[in-house]
Structure formats: structure tokens, C-alpha cells
Design a protein around this ligand. Sequence first.
Ligand SMILES: Cc1cc2nc3c(=O)[nH]c(=O)nc-3n(C[C@H](O)[C@H](O)[C@H](O)COP(=O)(O)OP(=O)(O)OC[C@H]3O[C@@H](n4cnc5c(N)ncnc54)[C@H](O)[C@@H]3O)c2cc1C
Length: 448
Amino acid sequence: MTTLGSDELSAVLEGRLLTEPDFEPFNPAFPLRPAALVSAAHTADVTAAVLWAARHGKRVAVMATGHGLNAPVEDGVLITTERMADVRIDSDARTATVQAGTRWSQVLEAAAPHGLAPMNGSSCAVGAVGYTLGGGSGPLSRAYGFAADHVRRARLVDAEGTVHDVDADSDPELFWALRGGKGNFGIVTELEIGLMPVARLYGGSVFYPGAAARDVLHAFAEWSADLPEQVSTTSVAMLRLPPLPELPEPLRGQFVVQLRYAHLDGAEPGAALLEPLRTVAAPLVDTVRDIPYAAVDSIHQDPTDPMPFWDGGAGLTGLSAAAIDALLEVAGPGWDIPVPLVEVRLQGGAMARPPAIPNAVSGRDAAYALSTVGLMTAETAPVVPGLIDGIVAAVAPWRAASDPFNFIGPATPDRVAGLWSEQDRARLLAVKRRLDPAGMFGAGHTLA
Ligand SMILES: Cc1cc2nc3c(=O)[nH]c(=O)nc-3n(C[C@H](O)[C@H](O)[C@H](O)COP(=O)(O)OP(=O)(O)OC[C@H]3O[C@@H](n4cnc5c(N)ncnc54)[C@H](O)[C@@H]3O)c2cc1C
């Protein structure tokens, strides 16, 4: 990494100019070799970094946690935001104001004492801002919609270093584009988001042996087609688990199937709805029970230690028996492949309804979302992107009109632009041209 000409930048920062990130990105698969790496302490640091990048003709990438790194950062400026992690709760208004580097775990911790829950995803280690800008579907989504549907205001630094406080009145087009168009328009330094009145839920996981994969997946497809919105999330995943001592013995090093489930209206009706799936095969482990919302990560049990990965995904119109067979054929228990996760998550309910103030969230029309993750080691890296493409290609006949942005993985600008209709793409590009005419922003998920 060179820091050529960066003294002028260092002099104006309250944060620090670093030679490498002061935390390990969750996904270390992509090399980070920026010309300057700014650990920002507040919005003024972000502005300084953007102005420096503009002066030196550099692109700007931003990283809060590294869960969504989708490309190497070569030569440009990398802004890390993990020091900007302030959370303010307004319990009367049921809102949280979160800074750019805030993880969902920090929002959860601040909101829970008020009996409120944020619209986090499957893992609260993920960053609240990057997740929300990409749409954001999580354990409450079938009841309350996408995380982006609950954004009230955003503070954004554009390519000229101008700070915008954006809401539905101040700049309706940018407010529409930002909620779904991700990091394409600037660096968001603060978001005001809605919180939901959820203190407890009935949720967790049921793990089945790999031998039952066919039965469980087919049963899930039938059962999930007709669930009420009180089932605020459910998904089924084929997992290839590592032989880690912290895993329960029956799961350690095994191919298993995991059913994830959350129900918002009490344990008894929640258990009654789950019963047909619970009995489809003998579970290895069943953790579904009444839990405080603070324990929401126990539903998916996503990994928390950094791992190099390549992911992909797609929206699906439905989950027919043929679609299940297609997935089993490329990723079922017969295959020894470095693909730890193939998940199909139910959408629908509130996710299918545009919010009162419409936004650019993609994948809203999908009935299910496929998401798959491959492990990138020195040996597997040459084959993993092809494996992930192959799994996504297997469900091509059932593809929805658009895919959820957060699940597409590394993508070309054409793939990103294809997430929207021609009309919406033109709107997004018009906002991009206004805020970011030279194409500085959007690293890894660039619209143009
Ligand atoms: C284990 C795991 C679980 C996940 N679960 C879900 C899930 O349940 N639902 C879901 O919808 N998604 C999920 N995701 C995807 C995740 O939402 C995206 O990868 C998201 O971009 C991660 O944001 P981050 O800030 O943590 O990551 P980072 O790698 O730090 O940032 C990723 C991207 O987000 C954008 N971004 C981040 N901060 C800013 C900012 N301040 N201003 C502008 N743009 C910014 C940029 O485009 C950046 O490149 C998951 C990912 C992982 C690895």
C-alpha cells in the first residue's frame, strides 16, 4: 500500500490513516491494497477522505464489518467505519439513530431494554447500514418488511464531499434510490431507522440428518407455501459443517439440514404451525422455543469468526418439487463440495408490499430467496465461484423478476443493474449521475 501524498489527509483527520484495517474483515477473501486507508471517526473524516480521493482521481470503498466485501480494493481509498458506532434510541418514536459502523448487535442491545427490536438479519454481527441499504431481510421481515422500508432519514456524503440529510421531503429521488440501491450514491454516515415492538418470539432451529434432506426439503416446500405472516421468518438450509468442538456432537463435521423458524404470536400457536415439519424426520437437535428477542441470532446460528467466502443467490417465484430436486441434484448430500451453505428463505407477507414511501428494494416480488456460500481456501478458490454459479443456475427456470441485492454476492455492473426494471434502473442511474458523476462509489456492487 502506498500513502503517496496522504500527509495532507492525515493532517485533517480526527480518525486515523492506517496501513491495514485495525480489525479483521469478516470475509478476508479479497485483498485490500488501497492507496489510503482511513479509519473514520465522524462525518468530517469521511468528507476529508472523499475530497482527497476526488483530488487524486481515486475510487472510494467503505467497510464497516467486511461481511459484504465483494471485490478487492486496489489503489482507491478505503474508509473503515467501525469507530463510528454510536446508537441513540428514541423509545417514544420507536426509532434508532445509528452511525455508519454500527453492528446490529449494538442496536439490539440498546433497543431491547425498551421492548423494541431492530430489523436485523440472520446475524447481528453484520453492519446495520450496509445491510439496510441493500434491502435487508431478516427474522422479522415477513411480518414487518425489509429493513430499508423502515429508514426515516440518512446522512450521506456525496462525491463532492457535500453532506446531505436525506428524507422523503428533502430529496425524494435520492431517498427512494438509497433505500435499496446500496452504496452507489455516497457514503452514509448515519441512518435513522424504525424499531419494532417485539420483545420475545418463538424461534430457533431444527436440525435433521443429511439422509433426510430430500424428505425435509420437499416437506418445507409444501408447508411453507401457505404460512401466515406471524411466521416472521422461515428457511431451510443444507449445511456442510466443520468438525468444530463447539458444535453439538451430532452436527460436528456433518452434512445436515437446518430448518430455521420464528413465530411472533406465542409459543402454542407457533408450535402448532411448526408441528408438521418437526415430525417429518427424527431431529438431531431442536432448539425452537420461546426466546427473548436479544437471543435472535440463535435462530440461524450463522458463523461469527471471519471466513473467506464467495456467495451468490437469487429470487425465486416459488418452490416447486422440481426446484427442490434441481437443488438436491447440484448440492445435495451426495456431493463433497466446499459449499457450507445452500439456503432457501421464504419471503412474502409484508416483504411483498411496497412501503408507504416506496423505495428501490430489489427482490420484493420473489416468493423465496436462494442464498449459497462457498469457502475460499487456496485449494478451493479456483472452483468455488463456478460451484456457486452452478447452484444458482440450477434454479434458473424458477427465477423471479428480480433478486434481493444483499444475496447476489460478487457481481458485475450488468448483474447489479439487472436487479431493477428498465424504468427503475433509469431512475437509479439519474440519481447516481447527480451524486456520483465520476463513478467513485459502489465498490463491488457498482451500478454503472
Ligand atoms: C453471515 C452473514 C449473514 C448475512 N445475513 C443476511 C440476512 O439475513 N439478510 C440480508 O439481507 N443480508 C444478509 N447478509 C448480507 C449482508 O447484509 C451484506 O453483505 C451487507 O452488505 C453487509 O454489510 P456490512 O456493512 O456488514 O459489510 P461491509 O463488508 O462492511 O460492507 C458491505 C457493503 O455495504 C455497503 N456499505 C457499508 N457501509 C456503508 C456506508 N456507510 N455507506 C454506504 N454503503 C455502505 C457498501 O456497498 C459495502 O461495500 C449476510 C451476510 C453474511 C456474511
